[in-house]
Design a binder for this molecule. Structure first.
Ligand code: S3P
Length: 174
């Protein structure tokens, strides 16, 4: 394994706290922090919502795959993926190659609460949001399970606690 393969990749449904937990984890470890959604936004000069509405989901997914395949990492990093990144087998292969894959989860009530007022999730319409969250998360459950080396339920944890738990679980020094 080269250093780059010892990265930590966070996967999981929207609202499980990947971004904030990942940011805090990277800060504690002193590792670079990379987030595929932000890289896509930077590359296209548009927000994820704008990309979905202007170009459609398939284009976003293509960009997501390209970003994952093009990640150039020469030392361990914390990499946060979008909630749907695990849907394509080629993304899964990429994610698994990068290092330890940690899936963040949360119960439905927590997801609903965290995502309630968010307008930056194009897959979650305002109407029937709870139903959509339940349906989408159920449909993805197995994908997340299959990809993960470790799963952490964040329902009762804040991002700092999630970061500490990851460090403890992987016996990382900082
Ligand atoms: C998506 C999750 C989002 C973003 C896009 C699609 C999904 O990322 O990539 O809206 O399919 O679950 P977060 O998981 O960071 O919200």
């Amino acid at each position: 394994m080269t250093d780059a393969n010892q990265s930590i990749v966070l996967i999981g449904f929207m609202g499980t706290g990947k971004s904030e937990s990942g940011r805090q984890l990277a800060k504690i470890l002193g590792w670079p922090f990379l987030e595929t959604d932000s890289i896509i936004e930077e590359n296209l000069g548009a927000s994820v919502s704008q990309i979905f509405s202007r170009f459609g989901e398939t284009r976003f997914r293509d960009e997501e795959t390209a970003v994952l395949q093009g990640l150039s990492i020469d030392r361990p990093a914390v990499i946060v993926t979008g909630g749907g990144a695990i849907l394509r087998p080629e993304n899964m292969a990429c994610i698994r190659r990068l290092g330890t894959v940690i899936c963040l989860t949360a119960n439905l009530a927590t997801l609903e609460q965290r995502l309630e007022d968010r307008k930056d999730r194009p897959l979650l319409p305002i109407e029937n949001r709870s139903e959509t969250i339940a349906k989408l998360s159920r449909a993805r459950e197995l994908h997340y399970e299959k990809a993960a080396d470790l799963t952490i339920d964040t329902s009762r944890l804040d991002p700092a606690q999630v970061a500490e738990l990851i460090i403890k679980s992987l016996a990382l020094s900082h």
